[in-house]
Design a protein around this ligand. Sequence first.
Ligand SMILES: [Zn+2]
Length: 110
Amino acid sequence: MRPREKNLVKNISSERIAVLLSEAKKTFAENPARAQRYARLAFLIVRKNKVRLTKEQKLSFCRKCFSYWVPGKSASVSFDRKSRRVIYKCGSCGYERGIGYSRKTAPHKD
Ligand SMILES: [Zn+2]
């Protein structure tokens, strides 16, 4: 695949992911199971095409079980004073993801 074609695939993928995640958000209240399916689909596209996600998108689903995260519902959010990190905990599998807000955090590091 030529570089330009690769970029095109990535653009389409990012769009699809954005659509899937916004659909998941919309449908979660009425149909959580469907929201989970959207999140899983989005995650599969991410993995297949190695698409970069925005910070917000990264926090909208679980990397381990693909569960769609709604803070306070399918994920719990807490702040760890010691490490100055916000901790998202998956309501389905218990996977924890910490987001640092200190300036020491390297932006390119995941
Ligand atoms: Zn999970």
